[in-house]
Design a protein around this ligand. Structure first.
Ligand code: C2O
Ligand code: CU
Ligand code: CU
Length: 526
């Protein structure tokens, strides 16, 4: 491939993609394939959109604070949640709720979060977007074993010895509890925490193990952004339900103890047919006629979203931030594409609507009810002195000239343990393979090449998108990202400044079915 021009290479990649596509289904939206995944239909009648009230997750308060840090306690536990009218859904939740409680911290103020595992299976907690030392980053085999080991013991006895947990050499594990220490010496941004257990992250998040972690700082405070009731966290997750009201997920091994992955065509990704916002299906929020800050997170396992506000507000969807915090300057969009794990921080001006107007957040990549996300009912015009500043933050642009090395990684489907799975450079994830050794304090270019949609995420450090194919960065690529939305047969170049902590970290596809089916690799920093 080396002597083929990039244009020819992209053409060949597209053909190869179509060839591989046999048996790898796409969800087909109006404009063609919009997500790599397969729709899983609920076995009950879903509620009508816009009938249930919007709610934001509660903010978690520290159990104690000292000069050095704030200390938080979270119990990971099973609970019956009221998600569908008149039914109970068993969830796995941080403090028994889905989403988990929101942690709010300030730049440079360390947080220590003690997690107790009251679930039946081992867990791992990762702070997504956090610049975190290795031992608190939630390395996929650094398990917190359950307080109560009976379920695990039973399932390891019956079939776990040759595959899965029984065969796996664990990493740095603890029993029952673990304290994660987050320095949080990083820009204000919308982070999130979620489970990261090797091979079983998809089903754990599907059951509810995800929450927001917001970092604030002085730079952001000077902007006077909408706050309090006018700052809305919006975690979007698609889900499917059993007839019982429980979540439906096509695990190959429903015990979640031995064999990873999902059945049949779901290996492409699991797409739900109910759109939840903060755990509520298609909610409706009553708001003032004023400007709001929406922190939108795509926490779907595999579904890509194309967000649009209808009717279009004055100024459109004004993007002020992305995964890694504020942009240098606001960008006005008519719509915004958001891949799994990505965040967009947006200002929406509701003051231009007549009181009583129903304003809908749409998903133009979805069909039927999946083309809708939530609704706002606009109240009377209300006092609002905020205007979006022309400059938001200082961002030093990285260029190819800053880089000391260029590496290339290919994200492609392939065989994993004799079944269909997903590979990086033809390798399935193994904790023992190191794909890159990088030097802290340097910038590298990574060329990422995809066969299908792969939202590629790096731990530890954010990056900037330099190019896509032979063109520049895309319309949704501005600022510091930690996840890039790679599309079928696409090649992109990102620039990463490695800094912070020495150790072993992962990068992976954040389509969680791809991640569980081995599309993950290690880099070490030193
Ligand atoms: Cu949000 Cu390694 O993941
Ligand atoms: Cu991460
Ligand atoms: Cu992928």
């Amino acid at each position: 491939m080396r002597d083929v021009s990039r244009r020819t290479f992209l053409g060949a990649g597209l053909l190869a993609g179509i060839g591989l596509g046999v048996g790898i289904p796409f969800s087909l939206g109006a404009g063609g394939s919009t997500s790599t995944g397969n729709l899983l239909r609920s076995r009950l009648t879903l509620p009508l959109p816009f009938t249930m009230p919007f709610r934001a997750p509660p903010v978690l308060h520290p159990v104690r604070s000292d000069a050095a840090a704030d200390f938080y306690d979270i119990s990971q536990s099973r609970a019956d949640a009221s998600i569908l009218p008149g039914m109970k859904t068993e969830i796995w939740g941080y403090n028994g709720i889905f989403p988990g409680p929101t942690i709010v911290t300030r730049r440079g103020r360390p947080a220590v979060v003690r997690h107790t595992n009251n679930l039946p299976v081992p867990t791992v907690v990762h702070l997504h977007g956090g610049r975190t030392p290795h031992d608190s980053d939630g390395y996929p085999i650094d398990f917190i074993y359950p307080v109560d080991m009976s379920y695990m013991n039973q399932h390891m006895d019956t079939h776990g010895h040759e595959t899965g947990m029984g065969a796996m050499v664990p990493g740095d594990t603890t029993i029952g509890q673990r304290s994660y220490r987050y320095p949080l010496d990083q820009r204000a941004a919308t982070l999130w925490y979620h489970d990261h257990r090797m091979d079983f992250t998809g089903p754990s998040l599907w059951r509810g193990l995800a929450g927001f972690h917001l970092v604030r700082d002085d730079e952001e405070d000077t902007l006077g952004l909408p706050a309090g009731a006018r700052e809305l966290p919006i975690m979007i997750t698609d889900r499917s339900f059993e007839a019982t009201g429980n979540f439906l997920y096509p695990s190959t091994d429903p015990s979640l103890m031995a064999t990873p992955g999902v059945t049949g065509s779901f290996v492409a990704g699991v797409l739900g047919d109910a759109m939840l916002v903060n755990g509520t299906p298609w909610p409706v929020a009553k708001i003032d006629g004023a400007k709001y800050r929406l922190r939108i997170l795509n926490a779907c396992n595999a579904r890509r979203l194309d967000l649009r506000i209808d009717p279009q507000p004055d100024g459109g969807l004004t993007q002020i931030g992305t995964d890694g915090g504020l942009l240098a300057a606001p960008i006005r969009h008519e719509h915004f594409e958001l891949a799994p794990a990505q965040r967009v921080d947006a200002i929406i001006d509701f003051a231009g609507y007549k009181p009583g107007t129903a304003v809908t957040l749409l998903n133009d990549f979805g069909e039927g009810n999946m083309s809708q996300i939530m609704r706002f009912i606009v109240g009377p015009k209300s006092r609002d002195t905020f205007t979006v500043p022309d400059r938001l933050a200082t961002i030093e642009p990285l260029t190819a000239a800053d880089a000391v090395t260029t590496r290339t990684f290919r994200f492609q489907s392939g065989d994993v343990n004799h079944t269909k799975g997903w590979l990086i450079d033809a390798q399935p994830f193994s904790p023992d393979n190191i794909s890159a050794a990088v030097k802290l304090g340097t910038v590298e270019i990574w060329r990422l090449i995809a066969d299908f949609h792969h939202p590629v995420h790096l731990h530890l450090n954010p990056f900037q998108v330099l190019s896509r194919g032979i063109g520049g960065p895309g319309a949704f690529d501005a600022g510091w990202k930690d996840t890039i939305d790679l599309r079928p047969a696409e090649e992109a170049a990102i620039a990463i400044r490695f800094e912070g902590y020495a150790g072993k970290y992962v990068f992976h596809c954040h389509n969680l079915e791809h991640e569980d089916m081995a599309m993950m690799a290690n880099f070490i920093t030193r």
